[in-house]
Design a protein. Structure first.
Length: 414
């Protein structure tokens, strides 16, 4: 309630009474109204002059003001601001983080999924002022039964950010300042050793590549050789291969829920170039030959959704290999690549550049790998990929350009 300072009231003498005056907020009215109430009879001195109010009178006056609710944060939020519930503020928060100039979040699907499945059913109808340690604790207890410690902490952070996002228009400070206490909430401690981080091993990669063919095989090779996120890989087009197919430009991704390509990535560091050893470049060149547009697309020309490919391709393969580790998905290829690069002592600045990880030190920030193409190509050849690359002779051929395009080109030649 930063727009209202606490009132003690002003004690005045009116008639034969000490009266306290203060101002009170009223619903649907911008200006506050003046209030007054009797405190105690006036005390006169021997000359018949009213004495100043005693400390006891001043104390009673303060009590009257407090009991009226003039200094109540809850009343201020309800009457002046209009009490908003957590659900409505969450909608405002989502719109704000997408449109703000400072670090906007374009893809809020993961936040919205957490809100809709876990948070809103539990506390969505609570007034925002009532969302605090005690009221959020039942939500934490419920999430701990099914979710990992890291996920619970992440979802609690969403709650904190939404409560703090309601700001005073004059000062920019939170309307509901909170001192969140992890002990009261009983938020689980994140233990890195217990986190689920499923990664494919070298023999599993070799089996996946050797037992697949066509587009499926090409996707496995691309993921294992580059460490790209699946959303990035499914948005790759032939035009993104440069330097005689030795370098891939990553600049777009497939929407998580809709079969469409979007021009933003998960992080700013995601906008990068990934360099390939010669054998991978030759394999992918054979696959790209004659392909138009997206490398991985449906018959209708729309990009694949990774969930569909996971169910159709990866899950049956892993089950046949008797790999049923919980959470094993396409991201396991990315962990394989990161593990291989570190095992081969890949230069850390190049490693982070290829993986699209944010620089953590000033040295990494100063290192401009986008200028060091020759150095990157040499390093990619040295570290290799860590799995058996199919020979060019058996590399899958991509669908040729549409017949109508070929006819149009032939007509231009004639």
């Amino acid at each position: 309630m930063s727009r209202r300072s606490g009132q003690d009231g002003t004690v005045v003498i009116a008639g034969n009474w000490y009266r306290v005056r203060w101002r009170m907020d009223v619903e649907h009215q911008k200006e506050r109204i003046n209030m007054n109430e009797k405190v105690a009879p006036v005390v006169f001195d021997k000359n018949g002059i009213p004495k100043p109010p005693s400390f006891d009178v001043l104390r009673k006056a303060r009590d009257i003001v407090e009991k009226s609710g003039a200094n109540s944060e809850e009343r201020f939020n309800r009457v002046v601001l209009g009490e908003i519930n957590f659900r409505d503020q969450a909608k405002r928060y989502i719109r704000w983080i997408q449109s703000r100039d400072r670090e906007p979040i374009k893809d809020t699907s993961s936040i919205e999924a957490a809100l809709n499945k876990w948070i809103l059913p539990e506390i969505g109808d609570l007034p925002l002022g009532d969302v605090h340690n005690v009221t959020v604790k039942p939500l934490v207890n419920k999430m701990k039964q099914s979710l990992s410690a890291r996920t619970v902490n992440k979802y609690v952070e969403y709650v904190r950010q939404i409560v703090a996002s309601l700001k005073d228009g004059r000062t920019g400070e939170p309307i509901h300042p909170r001192k969140w206490d992890s002990s009261v909430l009983d938020v689980p401690v994140i233990n890195p050793r217990k986190q689920r981080r499923p990664a494919l091993r070298q023999d599993a990669i070799n089996t996946l590549v050797s037992n697949s063919e066509g587009t499926e095989q090409a996707l496995y090779v691309l993921l294992a050789a580059t460490g790209m996120r699946i959303s990035e890989a499914l948005a790759i087009e032939a035009k993104h291969f440069v330097n005689d197919h030795r370098t891939i430009q990553v600049c777009q991704q497939v929407d998580r829920y809709k079969p469409r390509v979007v021009k933003y990535l998960k992080t700013d560091a995601g906008y990068r170039e990934i360099d390939l050893p010669q054998n991978i470049a030759d394999y992918l060149r054979s696959y790209i030959n004659g392909k138009d547009g997206l490398l991985f697309k449906t018959r209708n020309g729309t990009p694949y959704l990774h969930n569909g490919l996971h169910q159709r391709w990866l899950t049956p393969r892993l089950e046949a290999m008797q790999i049923d580790e919980k959470g094993m998905g396409f991201h396991a290829f990315r962990r394989f690549r990161k593990t291989w690069l570190r095992g081969e002592r890949c230069q850390e600045d190049i490693n982070n550049f290829w993986m699209g990880h944010q620089p953590e030190t000033m040295s990494e920030l100063y290192s401009r790998m986008d200028f060091e193409l020759v150095r990157r190509l040499d390093e990619s050849e040295r570290v290799g990929v860590g799995f058996n690359v199919p020979s060019i002779q058996v590399a899958p051929s991509a669908p040729r350009i549409h017949d109508e395009v070929e006819l149009e080109l032939a007509a231009q030649v004639l």
